[in-house]
Write a protein that binds this ligand. Structure first.
Ligand SMILES: [Mn+2]
Length: 311
């Protein structure tokens, strides 16, 4: 953590990265760090790169001027567990030096300097803590983004990763002059078509005796509800409100026919299952891939067995 500012001071150009299919923490930590660096080092060129996710456009806009990036620059990756998931990895590879700031398990230990704390609620919390400790100026824009990232990754301060420190940092961010109520509305807002898909999920969820649950969102279903894969990320937590459900997997069919599997669990870790199937993430929130129906069935069997062996 102490080396981060050292490295930043050494470079005139800094490019900040984050993972593909961004969530509020990816964008909050990336955009928050960009705002902090621009505020404190106005002479430096600071860029945030990646796809502008339309469902999160209320948060932040990426920089597109990649041709402005000189041959010597510092690359910082926020909230990105592994390099295959990094948006803009080709550019990151060209960086003179690289930093990794993340709160996922450090299975892919990339980066010349790595600051990884899996016990943290969010990368936004880490950036916030770092900025305050280093006595950097935090702009209102930065505060809003970091707050959004914390709110997003803690499930509105409900997940067990929410510590007293998380709340204290969020309380500090809440002293800044941004419209928290409006941000909250944006983060909770759901399009009607997505709400209807959520209704479909509740209707078609299969639940095992021990509380494993699954649902398939095939291309046909996605077309019927006019919903994209990115839009399904908003409803991954939906099965969690059902008392009978302990762990769940949402199988989202991709254009190439394979399934992206979004897995969640209330208490029993599911991350090892995700790791066995080309994925990973957090103990209770992971993503995996199933390249055939047989593999999708294997994941389901493992999800059920996982609860039988751990309860
Ligand atoms: Mn995160």
């Amino acid at each position: 953590m102490n080396e981060i500012l050292e490295k930043i001071k050494q470079y005139e150009t800094i490019v900040i990265f984050r993972h593909m299919k961004p969530d509020p923490d990816a964008l909050g930590s990336q955009g928050g760090l960009r705002a902090i660096l621009r505020e404190n080092f106005p002479e430096k060129k600071v860029y945030a790169v990646g796809f502008d996710e339309p469902t999160l456009s209320y948060l932040v806009k990426m920089d597109t001027a990649r041709e402005d990036v000189p041959s010597e620059f510092l690359g910082i990756a926020c909230d990105t567990a592994n390099t295959p998931r990094m948006d803009g990895f080709e550019l990151f590879q060209q960086a003179t030096e690289t930093l990794k700031i993340d709160h996922h398990p450090n299975n892919d230990a990339y980066g010349d300097v790595q600051w990884v704390e899996p016990a943290r609620s969010s990368t936004s919390e880490m950036i916030c803590d770092w900025a305050f400790q280093e006595k950097l100026r935090v702009s209102t824009t930065a505060a809003r983004l970091l707050y959004a990232g914390i709110v997003g990754d803690t499930g509105r301060f409900l997940f067990p990763s929410t510590s007293a420190k998380t709340l204290a940092l969020a309380a500090e961010l809440a002293t800044y002059d941004f419209d928290r109520a409006e941000l909250g509305r944006e983060m909770n807002a759901m399009e009607l078509k997505v709400a209807r898909l959520q209704g479909f999920i509740y209707e078609s969820l299969e639940i095992s005796a021990k509380g494993a649950a699954r649902v398939f969102l095939t291309q046909e279903i996605m077309t019927r509800f006019q919903v994209t894969d990115a839009e399904t990320s908003m409803i991954v937590s939906a099965p969690g409100v059902i008392r009978e459900v302990k762990s769940w997997a949402i199988f989202v069919e991709q254009n190439d026919g394979h399934f992206r599997v979004r897995m969640r669990s209330k208490t029993v870790p599911i991350e090892p299952i995700a790791r066995r199937h080309d994925g990973g993430g957090h103990a209770l929130a992971s993503g995996a891939n199933a390249y055939s129906m047989e593999e999708a069935e294997e994941i389901w069997e493992e999800l059920k067995a996982n609860l039988e062996n751990n309860s």
